[in-house]
Design a protein around this ligand. Sequence first.
Ligand code: KIV
Length: 279
Amino acid sequence: MSAVKAAKRISTPQIRARKGQEPIVCLTAYTTEMARRLDPHVDLLLVGDSLGMVIYGFDSTLPVTLDMMIAHGAAVVRGASRACVIVDLPFGSYQASPEQAFHSAARVMAETGASGVKIEGGEALAETVRFLTQRGVPVCAHVGLMPQAVNVAGGFKATGRSDEEARQITHDAEAMAEAGAFAIVLEGTLEPVARAITETLPIPTIGIGASPACDGQVLVIDDVLGLYSEFTPKFVKRYAEIGNQISEAAASYAADVRARRFPAMEHCFLPKSGGQSRS
Ligand code: KIV
């Protein structure tokens, strides 16, 4: 038996207990290798339905299916041993009823090994959050700019600009906390509104285009790495330009192949001195 103890995974109650403490570090991940690389550095890995846009090339998150989320959720869990992994329930898999939400969440939990799910929606989804948490499914809520509601909102726009919008987001966040969510993502929300919600809410807020005062921050990994070329939202800070490196690598490979510089003899299987070749 190995003397080295496996690192214990951060749990949703531990994330909940970080309210007002050291900031919660969260990034999205969609694949095993990316999860492996991010795991030592983050507290929370979110398998976001943003994968519909950054991996699959859809122009919104609406076409993402539960099967897609399960496949990517399982891949991320395989790559992460320390971070808490949460999987988004996609559009149409939970809004119809608490029972539908439970059925979808149960599949995610059983088939991926994730520690919880995230759902978009405020007050109107509070009953669903209560139903899930009372049946063993930890829920991270998501309010403010809700990409699955892009057609109702009329675009990906920051919210909380009017008093009425600010009141609604605050009310949505309170309803989700009261229903039992362990944390809440605040997306595209005016800074003072996100700050005020963070100050009064009993659960951690995780901001994206929200406020430095939030209890944690999340970004889409492809944005952070400069891998998504469609557009870069104002709230993104790019920490690398991997997209450019991919283009440069592909151009160098193409030039080598065309000039017959690749493969070189070192990349070829040569006969052994006895005349045998290794396949
Ligand atoms: O889908 C996603 O990646 C998200 C984050 C942007 C919070 O919901």
